[in-house]
Design a protein around this ligand. Structure first.
Ligand SMILES: Nc1ncnc2c1ncn2[C@@H]1O[C@H](COP(=O)(O)OP(=O)(O)OP(=O)(O)O)[C@@H](O)[C@H]1O
Ligand SMILES: Cc1ncc(CO)c(N)n1
Length: 243
């Protein structure tokens, strides 16, 4: 059967933990075809962010034109956009599609990935047309109340809260995993959410399944020993030598 297509619009992470690598691996694990529009190239490892090279907005636009003009995109997920012009471009092209916005403002290591102009563009242009926004605690504080559904993810507590614009909430708890290998967790969660929406799940169901998938991948990689810092969440689902 032909799989649904999910598009990630995000940056690369040379360490393979977060960003496009996490998104495409998650899409593959969840049975959707992944397309990717790259917004920036980052030099990053488990210790932190070393350099960011933004892709010019016109090159982001060309990638969007190529994908949206040809593939039947069933859902879109955005990660690090990094530039207000790119935030507005994505709003312009992707509103109307099922759209998961992970409002990436800084890396787990603390590096700032968005300045005030990016936050303003999110609030003004992109977030109002999103299907769901997935802020962590810090991002929720910066962005404030939003006019669309949000999943406020709870790092370490493993308790996620789906907040509807009318203020009603639903709480979803997972078994917390004790691990330092959590680089890419937020990307994995929002990519899984987009994949489940593309499969036709309703938002509450997709949220629960995405959280369970992410917690499961954290559990899978909890004893891994990769890098000198916070290692990546597992992206494999079948590690080991091929038979
Ligand atoms: N230690 C943990 N055990 C189980 N689930 C977890 C744990 N940490 C995070 N999660 C789950 O992972 C998902 C993503 O949440 P998280 O808050 O870590 O994203 P994030 O802070 O945006 O991540 P990142 O800093 O990588 O961008 C949520 O479903 C959350 O409950
Ligand atoms: C490329 C990229 N996207 C998102 C994050 C947030 O975790 C990161 N560290 N790097």
């Amino acid at each position: 059967m032909t799989p649904p297509v999910v598009l990630t619009i995000a940056a690369t992470d040379s360490g393979g933990g977060a960003g496009v690598a996490a998104d495409l691996a998650t899409f593959a694990a969840l049975g959707v075809h992944g397309a990717c529009v790259v917004t920036a190239v980052t030099a990053q490892d488990t210790l932190g962010m070393h350099a960011i090279h933004r892709v010019p907005p016109e090159v982001v636009a060309a990638q969007l034109n190529a994908v949206l003009g040809d593939l039947p995109v069933a859902a879109v997920k955005t990660g690090m956009l990094g530039d207000p012009a790119v935030v507005r471009l994505v709003a312009d092209r992707c509103h109307g599609l099922p759209l998961v916005v992970d409002p990436v403002l800084r890396a787990t290591t603390g590096a700032r990935l968005a300045d005030d102009s990016v936050v303003a563009a999110y609030l003004d242009a992109l977030l109002p047309g999103a299907t769901v926004v997935t802020p962590n605690t810090h991002e929720a504080t910066v962005l404030g109340p939003l006019p669309v559904p949000c999943v406020r993810t709870g790092s370490e507590t493993a308790v996620d809260v789906l907040v509807h614009p009318d203020g009603s909430t639903a709480t979803i708890a997972h078994d917390p995993v004790d691990t330092a290998n959590d680089h890419g967790t937020g990307c994995t969660f929002s990519a899984a959410l987009a994949a489940h929406l593309a499969h036709g799940r309703e938002l509450p169901d997709a949220t629960r399944l995405a959280g369970a998938f992410t917690a499961g991948q954290l559990r899978r990689g909890r004893h891994w020993n990769l890098g000198r810092g916070r290692g990546p969440i597992a992206h494999t689902t079948n590690e080991g030598a091929p038979a």
